[in-house]
Design a protein around this ligand. Structure first.
Ligand code: UN1
Length: 498
């Protein structure tokens, strides 16, 4: 399988438009089969220095290319991705494990982002605004920042990379990109696409390696002026601290503890579908995954029964098989974390209704598979209802009112996504106002954000920035206020105003 999909056995860094070999490598493992897919470089600080030098030189010229022409490259990137959608999707399933249907969805998200951000080449709007003095003109424009560093996770290896790199490129920056070592193939493929699309060399550079060496070198490099990171809270807050000391701009997208609220008037069939899709899709390995269901006590038992029935229908296995709905867990560390939380949940007194164990028999013996798990009678303060698990585990929390449901939703340190199932229009509008997450769904699960809206969260999920949407441009541009005085005399603001 790998041989027919991938044209190399060992990946190389992509620096200044050239493929650069690195001595040290590590194996990338297909989580569905345990087989080696490819080898990925483990780069060092020196490789980052080379990449930044190339990026710095390239950015000077790139920033002078008119934005609509920069956008032409992104249109090309989008077209090439579209033509290769099936190939990219299969490679994505191979390295990440997500089922093929979802891999296609993720690649589509990247294609959408390419065309959307290419459109920004003819917008990149600033403001024109009156000046307070006669014969004086005032405007604000977006200026590129320079060299930006992007650090992307394994769970959405291509979509998140496009959320970050496309706005950076169209705005006139150059990029140094560290993809997750678990899923480097999407970065390899995207680098090839950039080249074919005609992106000048050095505008995007890919350096593979670990967070502690490559990531750290990026965070501490003086010429990288922005770090855009998606990953764990632990790493994110470390990066924020380091960037803070250097007065470096940092955009963080981290964990979630997303809930679906099911009110007593909800369409329960729809709610069940929404919960299954957002809790067990991608095996729960989304930042937006539903890991809590806050259910009105009047419909709690009915919902439990329906969920249990449908959970039995979920086919688990290798995502390459089109009939499979739940794929593997990324690696051993991911499995260990899920197992740890199952024990925590049991010890805390939550009632386990289904799952709770690794799958090891027969077809499961070589990969990392975990049975979809349902806990009930969970209370808001339990650790399984507070901490991110990143696996196919969902906990039901019974409540007796709308207000209690909102309080339960907001009673966690994260604030990424939330959802409510109800037919009551008053509850809908109150919920969209009072749920404190960055993303709110009504009568849908907690996943499925579209790329032209801001993606991100409040509280412990982020630090106020957003990926995707027009808001992503704020991460990769500086605002510049420009005043043009055409009066021919010195006019002092705030003083010479008549
Ligand atoms: C993530 O899990 O980090 O809204 C990204 C969604 C997807 C993106 C998820 N469009 O679930």
């Amino acid at each position: 399988m790998t041989e027919t999909l991938l044209d190399v056995k060992t990946l190389k860094n992509y620096i200044n438009g050239e493929w650069k070999e690195v001595d040290e490598t590590t194996a990338v493992i297909n989580p569905a089969t345990g087989e080696e897919v490819v080898k990925v470089p483990l780069s060092s600080e020196r490789n980052i220095n080379d990449a930044v030098e190339a990026a710095k030189a390239a950015q000077k010229e790139w920033s002078l290319v008119p934005a609509p022409q920069r956008a032409e490259v992104l249109y090309q990137v989008g077209n090439i991705m579209k033509g290769r959608k099936e190939h990219l999707s299969k490679l994505l399933t191979l390295e990440n494990g997500k089922v093929l249907e979802e891999a296609r969805g993720e690649v589509q998200e990247g294609i959408d982002m390419a065309f959307y951000m290419a459109g920004e080449g003819r917008r990149l709007f600033g403001q024109t605004t009156p000046a307070e003095l006669k014969d004086k003109f005032a405007m604000s424009v977006r200026a590129p920042i320079g060299v930006v560093g992007i650090i992307t996770p394994w769970n959405f290896p291509i979509a998140i990379a496009t959320w970050k790199s496309f706005p950076a490129i169209v705005a006139g920056n150059a990029v140094v990109w560290k993809p997750a070592t678990e899923t480097p193939i999407m970065a390899y493929e995207l680098a090839k696409i950039y080249e074919e699309a005609g992106l000048p060399k050095g505008v995007v550079n890919v350096v593979f390696g670990t967070g502690s060496s490559v990531g750290d070198a990026m965070v501490h490099h003086d010429d990288i002026r922005v770090i855009s990171f998606t990953g764990s809270n632990e790493t994110g807050s470390h990066i924020a601290g380091e960037c803070g000391r250097q007065l470096k701009k940092v955009s963080l997208e981290m964990g979630g503890k997303n809930a679906v609220i099911v009110m007593d008037d909800a369409d329960l069939n729809l709610a069940v579908e929404g919960i299954l899709w957002s809790a067990f899709g991608t095996s729960g390995q989304r930042c937006t995954a539903c890991s809590r269901v806050i259910v009105h006590e009047k419909v709690k038992e009915e919902l439990e029964q329906r969920l249990l029935k449908e959970m039995k229908q979920l086919t688990i296995g290798n995502g390459m098989d089109e009939t499979v709905k739940v794929g593997p867990i990324i690696n051993d560390a991911g499995m260990d974390k899920i197992k740890k939380y199952i024990e925590i949940g049991k010890n805390e007194g939550a009632k386990m209704l289904a799952g709770g164990h690794e799958l090891t028999d027969g077809k499961f013996s070589k990969g990392n598979y975990f049975a979809p798990t349902l806990f009930t009678d969970t209370t808001v303060d339990m650790r399984i209802a507070q901490e991110e698990i990143f696996g196919p585990v969902v906990s039901l929390i019974p409540v007796s009112s709308f207000d209690e449901a909102i309080k339960a939703n907001n009673g966690v340190k994260y604030g990424l996504s939330s959802s409510i199932f109800t037919k009551d229009v008053n509850q809908v509008f109150k919920a969209q106002r009072d749920l404190d997450t960055g993303i709110v769904y009504v009568n849908a699960g907690t996943t499925g954000a579209e790329i032209h809206l801001p993606f991100g969260g409040s509280k412990g999920t982020g630090n106020g920035h957003r990926d995707s949407g027009v808001q992503a441009l704020d991460v990769f541009t500086e605002w510049k206020a420009v005043y043009v005085d055409y009066s021919g005399k010195l006019q002092r603001a705030q003083i010479d105003v008549e």
